[in-house]
Design a protein. Structure first.
Length: 289
């Protein structure tokens, strides 16, 4: 385990300009850090003076004065929204179990009036420029990302899926269910081309953090990794390294508060899979000099 004064092991040549110091490590017995629902009253997305809200059965657009511009009825529970170029893409959870589990449709709406443009299928999305979006799906032989134009038409596709980071191109921290995993951090290039970066150990990495310079922080099987824009990688901290054959039941999360990172890993008790030791690290983030 990393001592507080240790940080940074490079995986090949890297330009990642960060190092860390572990400030504190606490252990408690409790519940895993399952992804929490968005706090009540918080919008799913913001764009200029508009806010997109979602409640069970309804999506709404509210302006800065609090007036409702439009509402759109839906069959499920909206969980995320992405806005670009006069369009909004809303992913939903189904209220009933279906062949896709509790995955509901992804709705492409006109931002001006809430008119349905297209009903799509996907778990995670991200906004590109000009009313375009990427939308990904994993399971039942799917491990795919599609780029949709403002009318919902597929204009490109890739055999990849996961957490999307849009900036200089589209990077993906891949998420799949296979063990051993073949997931990586990759970049999606035009024409379905994939530039492959560092290999991951955990097939279900939690949502990563993105720093101001575009560096991605990934909590991968108990190891905090930094991945730069060029897909170069550095191990910042070996917090609680987990062997690939022991990953079942572990749950992790990353949060940022200013110059500090909080990493949480819930470790299941042997023979008692519903009981967990919850490890919480407070980590100071420093520019590398």
């Amino acid at each position: 385990m990393l001592r507080p004064e240790e940080s940074g092991r490079t995986e090949g040549a890297t330009s990642v300009p960060w190092r860390v110091t572990v400030v504190n490590h606490q252990r408690t017995v409790g519940q895993p850090p399952y992804e929490q629902a968005r706090p009540q009253g918080q919008p799913l997305a913001r764009r200029d003076d508009l806010r997109i809200y979602g409640t069970v059965g309804e999506i709404s657009c509210v302006d800065a004065s609090g007036g409702t511009r439009w509402t759109h009825r839906c069959a499920g529970r909206p969980n995320a929204a992405h806005v670009s170029g006069g369009r909004v893409l809303v992913t939903t959870d189904s209220l009933e179990y279906t062949p896709w589990g509790f995955l509901g449709p992804a709705l492409l709406l006109d931002l001006a009036d809430g008119t349905l443009i297209a009903e799509l299928r996907g778990q995670r999305g991200a906004a590109l420029r000009g009313g375009r979006f990427v939308l990904g799906l994993e399971g039942y032989e799917f491990f795919d990302t599609w780029e949709h134009d403002r009318d919902g038409t597929v204009v490109d596709s890739w055999r990849s899926n996961g957490h999307y980071i849009v900036g200089t191109g589209i990077r993906v921290v891949e998420v799949a269910r296979n063990l051993p995993t073949r997931s990586r951090v990759v970049r999606l290039l035009p024409g379905g081309v994939i530039e492959r970066g560092p290999q991951l150990t955990d097939p279900q990495t939690p949502r990563p953090l993105v720093l101001e310079d575009g560096t991605i922080l990934v909590l991968d099987a108990g190891v905090l990794r930094a991945v730069g824009r060029r897909l170069d990688a550095t191990v910042l901290a070996e917090l609680l390294p987990i062997a690939p054959d022991r990953l079942s039941g572990y749950v992790g999360a990353l949060h940022r508060d200013g110059d500090h990172i909080t990493a949480v890993i819930a470790e299941p008790h042997q023979g008692h899979p519903t009981r967990h030791t919850v490890h919480t690290w407070t980590i100071a983030l420093h520019p590398r000099t």
